[in-house]
Design a protein around this ligand. Structure first.
Ligand code: TTP
Length: 393
């Protein structure tokens, strides 16, 4: 079966991290987010991957090339991000026979994706506490009977998890009219398939939709947690590694460093001397965690540098970020409340007691900068030495 992977979105909610790197290419453990989706499709037996790309399309194309893990990859360009059905429709000339559709910003459990492919026509569902935030599926006798988008009074707690195995006929139904919010939604295609076919629900044990920055952190917690420890880089005898720690070839861990897994130190990165890295943490390619720096539960993207005597907790640092010496991130509120973060102008709860900062590519802090919980520094933002930064910039 061919698998269409949607990766054209602009990732507006995860800004500034998506300013130049499209969301599907943001790092999740040892590969980009969308590679986890494509891997799931390949492992489930997909015989061709069709990536729908648009925003920052070249970055996706460069990574996957024309063949990925022995499976041919082709590309469909979605010029304008006009909705998920519109995205699949952009790939329609590649489609023949039954086809799967997966979101390139979702993580799925593999067993469910295997069943999705085997049980076509089928749709992945996940049990959630607040179904009214999702497309909700109704079932009867093991068959999906209805789908309703964000209902006030949800009929079940089964949310649509954005993974579909469609019959060949669905190709004819991709050109749906725009919905009230002006997008051509895949929900309308799903409704037609449910109406015409017997569609099985496939329940996911675990699923994640990466939309906002702290969800990238949570995706890393998931996938770093699955890595098995392995040392291929240069680790000093005077460093100490505990739990599942991966040090890739070309990475250096200097004397006095303590790394508690799950942690991944990617090629070209250096840690220490005397640094303390706590899981789940990703230290990206070429990144530097300097002398006496502590990093906990964070994503440090490639070529970022954290100067000596700094603390970074529960945070996401973009590419080429430079933290001056003594930069300290606060990741806990005095009132112990959930940390809030601004997403597209709205202050929303992260539902996390501990959350630090999100820093766009190339931002720089002056020495002894203090950053408050839930703060966002934009691409290329700077702070002055000794500043206490309480507002996004
Ligand atoms: P969304 O998460 O709804 O959109 P997005 O990824 O652009 O993020 P944001 O809402 O923060 O701007 O999209 C779900 C999936 O579908 C995701 O994998 C991106 C993909 N998509 C497209 O490929 N084309 C589109 O037109 C849309 C709306 C989404």
């Amino acid at each position: 079966m061919k698998a269409v992977v949607l990766a054209a979105g602009q990732g507006t909610r995860i800004r500034p991290l998506s300013a130049s790197v499209p969301k599907p290419m943001l790092p999740v453990a040892d590969r980009p987010l969308a590679a986890h989706t494509v891997d799931a499709a390949v492992d489930a037996g997909a015989d061709e991957i069709i990536l729908v790309i648009g925003y920052e399309a070249e970055t996706v194309e460069e990574y996957f090339g024309s063949e990925y893990r022995g499976v041919p990859v082709s590309y469909a360009i979605q010029e304008e991000q006009a909705g998920t059905a519109h995205a699949v429709n952009a790939a329609s000339e590649h489609l023949e026979g039954p086809f799967a559709v997966l979101n390139g910003d979702n993580l799925y459990d593999q067993a469910a994706i295997d069943r999705l492919f085997a049980e076509c026509p089928a749709i992945c569902a996940i049990e959630v506490e607040e179904p009214s935030n999702y497309g909700v599926l109704s079932t009867n006798d093991g068959v999906i009977t209805d789908i309703v988008e964000k209902p006030a009074d949800p009929p079940t707690n089964l949310a649509n998890a954005g993974a579909y195995a469609f019959p060949a006929e669905a190709k004819k139904w991709l050109d749906v009219p725009a919905s009230e919010r002006g997008e051509h939604e895949i929900t309308d295609v799903v409704a037609k398939v449910i109406d015409q076919f017997t569609v099985s629900p496939v329940t996911l044990e675990r699923w994640m939709d990466v939309g906002r920055p702290w969800e990238l952190l949570e995706a890393n917690e998931w996938k770093l947690g699955e890595l098995e420890g392995r040392i291929e880089g240069d680790v000093s005898d005077a460093a100490h590694l505990e739990g599942n720690v991966v040090v890739e070839a070309g990475a250096t861990v200097k004397p006095g460093a303590l790394i508690e897994g799950p942690a991944l130190v990617r090629s070209g990165a250096t840690v220490g001397p005397n640094a303390y890295v706590r899981g789940a943490t990703l230290i990206g390619e070429g990144a530097k965690v300097g002398n006496a720096v502590e990093v906990k539960n964070s994503v440090v993207s490639r070529d970022a540098s954290i100067g000596h005597l700094s603390y970074v907790g529960d945070s996401v640092l973009g590419r080429d970020v430079n933290f001056g010496a003594g930069t300290n991130v606060a990741n806990l509120r005095h009132d112990d409340g959930d940390v809030k973060f601004t997403v597209k102008g709205d202050r929303v709860s992260t539902n996390r007691r501990k959350f630090g900062v999100v820093v766009g590519d190339g931002a720089k802090t002056g020495i002894n900068t203090s950053l408050t919980p839930g703060l966002k520094l934009d691409t290329g933002a700077t702070t002055m030495p000794g500043e206490v930064v309480e507002r996004d910039r």
